[in-house]
Design a binder for this molecule. Structure first.
Ligand SMILES: [Zn+2]
Length: 346
């Protein structure tokens, strides 16, 4: 494969350049290393606030659940639907030098399993289908709520992602505002449809590189790919072959396939990194603020492990936080090839 080891690649959804610099992975390393957590975890931990029957710090006792279950986060980053039209009695939103708006919402926790010591990789097909049904139910009910304009479903897995509890779980931030990334992705998808009369993601996955060197797995309704402008080493996306705005608009067949392909991708990461791989997973469903351009949005699922190779943590440091362009030290074509070598089965 003849791919330049250093180049900028355009990420069309976020409308930003990503620097692909495979040369940086050869650099001598004396920074932080990460290692597999070797401790054997029990299947039930009385000290875990996500295990069934445990009383949480809020005083609420968890039900004896035996399938995926969700509840409101006791310590939400966002709550209520705050009215920030006035701060200190002063109307401020019109002054760009001192501008504020409400930041209200609902934060929820979704437990994937009652067992403390499993991950999504361990679940049965039926259990994965129940996880996907929970995504759908949560998106449908939250997006229907007054004052909720965006529902971001995600999972921070592993201590490297800053997660505070290792029980298998995901989270939802349902906000009364559309996030900055969602605003950019919505604008990009709308503009692409207007200019090309096609949907951005479906046009993208029809390109030849997504039939070959950037393809990981092709299903009936979805493809798993490494994006051409992957922002993280070993980033991958699961993209529907038809335009579908959210999990709420998927058929049961589609939802089940999404769950199975997602699980296979979790297992591929575990296989490549030889451990239960830390990961940030994002389900990008359409905003629900009633904007006309939401119909141009296409659902996709993103996985971004916070690692640059087997045991090195990837940090966003000076150039990236200051310059705004992420440097990916692994060629996306190389990452895809490694993923293709794993079938994602147990
Ligand atoms: Zn637990």
């Amino acid at each position: 494969m003849s791919v330049a080891a250093q180049q900028k690649r355009w990420q069309p959804l976020l409308e930003q350049w990503v620097v692909i610099s495979a040369a940086t992975s050869d650099r001598p390393w004396s920074g932080a290393l990460t290692a597999p957590v070797q401790d054997k975890k029990p299947s039930h931990d009385e000290a875990c606030y996500l295990c069934p029957g445990v009383t949480r710090a809020s005083g609420v006792t968890n039900p004896l659940y035996n399938k995926p279950w969700a509840f409101d986060n006791d310590f939400p980053s966002l709550s209520g639907a705050a009215d920030m039209h006035q701060v200190d009695g002063e109307v401020i939103e019109s002054d760009v030098l001192r501008r504020a708006e409400s930041a209200g919402g609902v934060c929820r926790v979704m437990c994937w399993s009652e067992k403390h010591n499993v991950t999504l990789a361990d679940l049965t097909d039926t259990q994965m289908a129940e996880v996907a049904a929970l995504w759908k139910h949560e998106y449908e009910t939250l997006s229907a709520r007054k004052n909720i304009n965006n529902v971001l479903i995600f999972e921070n897995k592993g201590i490297e992602t800053g997660v505070s509890n290792l029980h298998p779980h995901g989270q939802i931030y349902a906000t009364d505002f559309v996030t900055d990334s969602a605003t950019r992705m919505r604008r990009a998808q709308h503009n692409y449809r207007v200019e090309h009369d096609q949907r951005l993601l479906q046009a993208m996955i029809k390109r030849p590189e997504y039939q070959s060197e950037l393809l990981v797995e092709r299903g009936e309704h979805f493809v798993t790919i490494v994006p051409y402008a992957a922002r993280f080493a070993f980033e991958s996306w699961i993209v529907p072959t038809r335009h579908v705005t959210s999990v709420a608009s998927m058929s049961n067949d589609e939802l089940h396939e999404l769950a199975r392909m997602y699980q296979r991708q979790v297992r591929r990461y575990d296989s490549i990194f030889q451990r239960s791989c830390p990961n940030v997973t994002l389900l990008h469903n359409a905003p629900c603020d009633g904007d006309d351009t939401n119909s141009d949005w296409c659902f996709y699922l993103v996985m971004q492990p916070p690692l640059r190779d087997l045991n090195k943590v990837k940090y966003l440091a000076g150039f990236e936080s200051g310059g705004g362009n992420i440097i990916n030290p692994v060629l996306p074509e190389v990452a895809a090839e490694q993923m293709r070598r794993c079938d994602g089965q147990v």
